[in-house]
Design a protein around this ligand. Structure first.
Ligand code: ADP
Ligand code: ADP
Length: 229
């Protein structure tokens, strides 16, 4: 499950200015699609449309053939997990930050998600483990550590579709490489849409589309795009 299609999707925040000007995408279940392009091209907008933050001006987005306009908000949220660029954590425990909003998740599941996100490196040595408080009055986490908490939260949800919206863009290149490896692990078996601006982070994508001013100007494999540019 998780076949995502965009069919001639047009969208503008204002009626008189289209931000996306007719986008066609076909992401088979389990594939990774990367979307690259300059700032302002419409990449984040494209991601927001997938969880129906806004209604389309025209066109259709489908998941497994079903128009997302016909799906409840709750089932869309269950189907799609998002790792954003900057994760804002609550001033609470690590366990709380991973598990909030995931009613019914037990301690074992939270710990398994945390292992999947490889957050053990900064929990180890903390006498309170998952009960360690983070934030202003607790443990200060680095940008990469915060992203690992966000990844654990997404793993706990276990969605068939993942959106990584510049999930590593704010990190230094060494941390980016480390988080990248974890992300590629969790992408396996899920349909993933990666929004990125460095081509080096999306070598593994099945397809890359280049978005400019709301239009797909190029598409192909990483190797094909490098040959052409
Ligand atoms: P990217 O992610 O490629 O940098 P965005 O999707 O964030 O691009 O933005 C595409 C365009 O839409 C930009 O011109 C931006 O100013 C505009 N835009 C983004 N969000 C809003 C909004 N909430 N209201 C109005 N315009 C917006
Ligand atoms: P949950 O719905 O279970 O909290 P997520 O943590 O995956 O699941 O977050 C999904 C919701 O969070 C989206 O429906 C959206 O409302 C909001 N959200 C997460 N990341 C972003 C983002 N980068 N931009 C805007 N909204 C976001």
């Amino acid at each position: 499950a998780g076949h995502v299609r965009f069919e001639d999707v047009k969208f503008g925040y204002d009626a008189d200015r289209l931000i996306l000007k007719g986008i066609d995408l076909d992401v088979p279940a389990g594939h990774t699609l990367a979307v690259v392009g300059p700032s302002g091209a419409g990449k984040s907008t494209l991601a927001r449309l997938m969880y129906r933050f806004y209604d389309l001006t025209s066109g259709r987005i489908t998941i497994d053939g079903q128009d997302i306009a016909q799906v409840t908000q709750a089932s869309l949220r269950a189907a799609i997990g998002i790792v954003p660029q900057d994760t804002v954590l609550f001033n609470d425990t690590i366990g709380y930050n991973i598990g909030y909003g995931r009613e019914g998740a037990g301690r074992d599941e939270i710990e398994a998600a945390a292992r999947g996100a490889a957050i053990s490196t900064f929990i180890e040595g903390q006498s309170d483990g998952y009960d360690t408080r983070v934030g202003e009055r607790g443990l200060k986490l680095s940008g990469g550590e915060k992203q690992r908490v966000a990844i654990a939260r997404t793993l706990l949800k276990n969605p068939p579709i993942l959106i990584l919206d510049e999930a590593t863009s704010a990190l230094d290149s060494r941390t980016e490489g480390e988080i990248q490896a974890t992300l590629e692990d969790i992408e396996r078996g899920r349909t993933t849409i990666v929004i990125a601006h460095r081509l080096s982070t999306i070598v593994h994508a099945d397809e890359i589309v280049v978005l400019e001013a709301g239009e797909v100007v190029e598409r192909g494999s990483h190797a094909a795009l490098l040959r052409r540019n």
